[in-house]
Design a protein around this ligand. Structure first.
Ligand code: UGA
Length: 436
C-alpha cells in the first residue's frame, strides 16, 4: 500500500520506518527541511535504539523517503497517518494547532477517497471535528477519518512499532476498517491482538492507558512514603504485590516519578477534557496522581537540602542523569532536571552528567562531560535517571573525588550495600537505611 506519515518526531519517524518494514511504500512529511535531509540520508534525529538502522535500510531500499511537500502525498497515499505533536497548552488541555494545520494543508489537496488515520494523542471528540473539516475542505473526495492510537515507548520505539502489544482501530465504516486491517496485515497475521471499536473509544483508550500507567507509579510512590513513615521497604513490597498477576510488577518502580513528553501532558489533557464533560470524579482522581508525582520531585530536592544542613547555598550538588528515563536523550518534563533546577534556585552549584541528554538550556545548572567531573568536590550526589552505567560505577574510587560522601538514590536502583561498604552514606527514600 501507499502510506503517508505526517510528522516525523519520535512517533512519526518510528512509524514511517515500521510501515516500510511491513512492506508498504512510505513517504514521511515534515515541515523542517533539515530533518527531511537527515532522514532521507537514513539518519535519526533522536537517540533511539534501532531506529537509525531501520531508517537506513528502508531509505536505501527506496521504500521510504521524506519530503516537505504535501502535494507529493495528497492523492498518492491510500492512508495518511497523522503523527504530529499535541503539546500541553497553558490551561493543561491539549494544543491541537499542529493537528489542525495538517488537516487545513492536506484537505484542499485531496480529490480521491483516502483514509486519514489519527495517531496523535487527542482529547475525545477530536476526530469528528477533523472529519467535519475534511468534509468542508474536500467535499466529495471521500475522506474517512479513523483513530489508531499509538502506544510506543521512547527507548523501545522500534520494537513497540514492529511488535505492538495490541492494535486499536476506531472507525465509522467497515470500508475504512478494512483498509486499516490491510495496513496492519503483517502484525495481524502474526497474532497481534486487535481491538476494533468506535472512534470515541479509540481516542479514550490511549489516554486511559497512560493514565493507568501514571496511576501505578503514583500509587507505588504513595506507598513509598508510607514505607518511609513506617520503616518498610517499598522495593520488596512492589516485588511481592507484583507477583500477583492481576497487579503485575511493571511500572511499580518507586522513586522520582514520571516525566517525559507523554504521561504528564496526556493526563493533564484527560483531566481538562473530563472537567469540560462534567466528569469531575476522573479529574479529581487524576489530580491526586499528579500531586503525588509533583511531590516526589520536591521531596528529593528537600532531602538533598536537608543533607546539606538545611541550606543549599554555595554547596555543590552532583546530579547523575538528565533524561526523563534511561535509553533516551529526551529531557522534556524530566524529573531529574526539575530537581536540579529546584536546587539551583535554592542557591546550590549544580552539575549534571547524562550519557546522552543535553542540559544546556537549564538555568543555573552546569553540564559535566564525565561522572568524575560531575562528582568532583560534591557535597551530595543525586542519582536521578537510572542509566545502567551508573550501576557499574565504583563507589570506592568515586569517594576520593567528593567533599562529602552522601548519595541520594532517587530511583532506588543502586546497590546501597556496595556504596555503604565503600564508606558512603546512602539515602533511598522508601527503603530502610540498613547498614552493611
Ligand atoms: C509512555 C507510555 O509508556 C507509552 O505506552 C505511550 O505510547 C507513550 O507514553 C506516549 O503516549 O507516547 P514514554 O513517555 O516513552 O511512554 O515513557 P514511559 O516508559 O511510560 O515512562 C514514563 C515515566 O515514568 C519515566 O519518567 C519513567 O522514569 C517513569 N517510571 C516508569 C517510573 O517512575 N516508575 C516506573 O515503574 C516506570
Amino acid at each position: 500500500m501507499k502510506v503517508a506519515v505526517i510528522g516525523t518526531n519520535y512517533l512519526g519517524a518510528a512509524h514511517a520506518a515500521g510501515m516500510a518494514d511491513f512492506g508498504h511504500e512510505v513517504i514521511g512529511v515534515e515541515i523542517d527541511p533539515r530533518r527531511v535531509e537527515l532522514l532521507n540520508a537514513g539518519r535519526s534525529t533522536i537517540f533511539e535504539e534501532g531506529l537509525e538502522p531501520l531508517l537506513t535500510k528502508h531509505t536505501a531500499s527506496g521504500r521510504l523517503r521524506f519530503t516537505t511537500d504535501y502535494a507529493e502525498i495528497a492523492d498518492w497515499a491510500d492512508v495518511h497517518f497523522v503523527c504530529v505533536g499535541t503539546p500541553q497548552s497553558d490551561s493543561g488541555a491539549a494544543d491541537l494547532s499542529q493537528v489542525r494545520a495538517v488537516v487545513d494543508t492536506l484537505g484542499p489537496l485531496l480529490t480521491r477517497p483516502t483514509v486519514v488515520a489519527g495517531k496523535s494523542t487527542v482529547p475525545v471528540g477530536t476526530a469528528p471535528a477533523l472529519q467535519a473539516r475534511f468534509d468542508e475542505l474536500a467535499p466529495g473526495a471521500g475522506v474517512e477519518v479513523v483513530w489508531n492510537p499509538e502506544f510506543l515507548r521512547e527507548a523501545h520505539a522500534v520494537t513497540d512499532t514492529l511488535r505492538p502489544d495490541r492494535i486499536v482501530l476506531g472507525a465509522r465504516t467497515p470500508a475504512a476498517l478494512a483498509t486499516m486491517r490491510d495496513v496492519y496485515a503483517l502484525p495481524l497475521s502474526e497474532g497481534v491482538p486487535v481491538v476494533e471499536c468506535d472512534i470515541a473509544t479509540a481516542e479514550l483508550i490511549k489516554v486511559a492507558a497512560n493514565a493507568f500507567l501514571a496511576t501505578k507509579i503514583s500509587f507505588i510512590n504513595a506507598m513509598a512514603q508510607m514505607c518511609q513513615a513506617a520503616g518498610g521497604d517499598v522495593t520488596l513490597l512492589a516485588d511481592a504485590i507484583g507477583y500477583d498477576r492481576r497487579i503485575g510488577r511493571e511500572f511499580l518502580n518507586a522513586g522520582l516519578g514520571f516525566g517525559g513528553g507523554c504521561l504528564p501532558k496526556d493526563i493533564a489533557a484527560l483531566s481538562a477534557r473530563a472537567t469540560e464533560l462534567g466528569v469531575h470524579v476522573l479529574a479529581d482522581f487524576i489530580g491526586a496522581v499528579q500531586s503525588i508525582n509533583d511531590d516526589q520531585r520536591r521531596e528529593i530536592a528537600d532531602l538533598a537540602e536537608a543533607s546539606l544542613g538545611g541550606d543549599a547555598r554555595g554547596q555543590r550538588v552532583a546530579v547523575l542523569g538528565a533524561a526523563f528515563k534511561p535509553g533516551t536523550d529526551d529531557t522534556r518534563n524530566s524529573p531529574a532536571l526539575t530537581v536540579a533546577e529546584l536546587l539551583a534556585a535554592r542557591g546550590a552549584h549544580v552539575t549534571v552528567f547524562d550519557p546522552e541528554a543535553s542540559v544546556e538550556s537549564v538555568p543555573g545548572v552546569t553540564a559535566s562531560a564525565s561522572v568524575e567531573e560531575c562528582l568532583s568536590d560534591a557535597d551530595v550526589v543525586l542519582h536521578l535517571t537510572e542509566w545502567p552505567l551508573f550501576r557499574q560505577l565504583d563507589p570506592a574510587a568515586l569517594i576520593e573525588l567528593v567533599r562529602r560522601p552522601v548519595l541520594i538514590d532517587g530511583r532506588l536502583k543502586l546497590d546501597a550495600a556496595k556504596w555503604r561498604s565503600a564508606g558512603w552514606s546512602v539515602i533511598q527514600p522508601g527503603r530502610p537505611a540498613l547498614e552493611g
